[in-house]
Design a protein around this ligand. Sequence first.
Ligand code: AMP
Length: 542
Amino acid sequence: MNGLMMQMPLLISSLIRHADRHHGDTEIVSRRVEGDIHRYTYRDCHRRARQMANALARLGIRDSDAVGTIAWNGYRHMELYFAVSGSGAVLHTVNPRLHPDQIVYIADHAEDKAIFFDLSFLPIIKAIAGRTRTAKIFVAMTDAAHLPADHGIPGLVCYEDLIAGASDAYEWPVFSEEHASSICYTSGTTGNPKGVLYSHRSTLLHTYSIALPDSLNLSARDVLLPVVPMFHVNAWGLPYAACMVGSKLVYPGPGLDGKSLYELFESEQVTLSAGVPTVWQGLLAHVESQKLRFSSMNRTVIGGSACPPAMIHAFQDGYGVQVLHAWGMTEMSPVGTVATFKARHLAGSAAARNAVQARQGRVVFGVDMKVVDPEGRELPWDGKSSGDLLVRGPAILHSYFKNEGGDPLEEGWFPTGDVANIDADGYMQITDRSKDVIKSGGEWIGSIDLENIAMGHPAVAMAACIAVKHPKWDERPLLVVQKKPGAELDREQMLAWYEGKVANWWTPDDVAFVESIPLGATGKMLKNRLREQFRDYRLPDA
Ligand code: AMP
């Protein structure tokens, strides 16, 4: 027997409609590429999204067509989130830090019909226009006054002209909630990027789960500034979640340095932010050097790569900003776990709370996880047994776009490629990417642990630990260090820092100081590049 409740599909358009109807006056503030600060409301955003939906139809964009964006976090990008997906087309957010050849590859693979871009990315468009197979329409996300006369792109369309010429009378179509809504390509450090195609249903379920109190605890009383780019897994779903709960939104545009972010945090009284550790390093360096305080920010989400305990400590103890350490993947929409406390942690010791926060956290509702040994047997939740981390859930992919790479699942579970353990309370800790694991004398050494310790040293800006060949032990850890500007640190001091912090045999065999550690398109350390660079490195006793 079926239940007798309304059959209303979970659609992305319902988010912006809700935000307009119930939080219509709430502001969306954006630092624009044009250089100024733009402000309007959810009501304005909804109106312009409807106009854009009409304009897309006029451009010939049909149901299920892909529409690319190469843009910063800003209000026009937000309008496209709703205009494109809401009208039944598929939003393809492109990472501008990719090489133009890769952008052509993914635009063709996704079969983008049009590409919308911020003016800062005009050089990319110049490099790819004429090369993309299906994308023949290019739209500059600006007004005619700001469009450079010598842009050199034949038939270039101006975003504000499209809006001005379109009616705001538009009824969001109703279709199956399984309909594709957006596509994101994985950063893929090797091989071609693979597409993860989200649905309206997966997006809405993920939106509910990340807003919950033990996830990000997002509400209509928050002012949310997503630093995580809208081209990186839909800014972790935050634009959608803000609509669901009616938070004020602040978009930083291209201003991602510590000073620009701090100014916006203060001027807009931001309460919550989110981004990768490398961004927060810049912000912390700025507030430390200028002796500043945060007057409104009370928590920040840090994920995308492991958040070193030293950073958690700096935010919480130095500035009173609670850190929400989170883990996820493009394939998971992306949030999988968030490190928030259970009731008894509040009564426990500070050391126990620190230990909880150094872990990547508990699953958000809708994610199930397990760790398995090489034979696929589930390992106990004892906080020690590390193995391959597998996940499943309604916002986790079951195959890549166009079935690239074949069936990725193992008996219905998605193998994350991460190595982790889970403790008795369900808090998961990533110890490594499986391909980054260091295997010494048949035992695993957790590179993330070693990096976190190094990053706790006051002279260290960034540290990566990689495996180097060793005749006796097979592999041994080499620590690659980028010092803070002007800081003094030598090999012996760095190695002495590990004394008493790890088992002796975990201590890196050597330290290599580098000018800068290479970062990928989403701000993660490119360890494969370092492994390549140090492939023939001879360790002292090897
Ligand atoms: P992406 O799909 O590009 O977002 O990359 C996902 C991968 O980033 C995960 O599989 C992890 O290896 C890594 N990652 C994300 N968040 C964390 C975290 N909090 N700690 C450690 N690794 C993380």
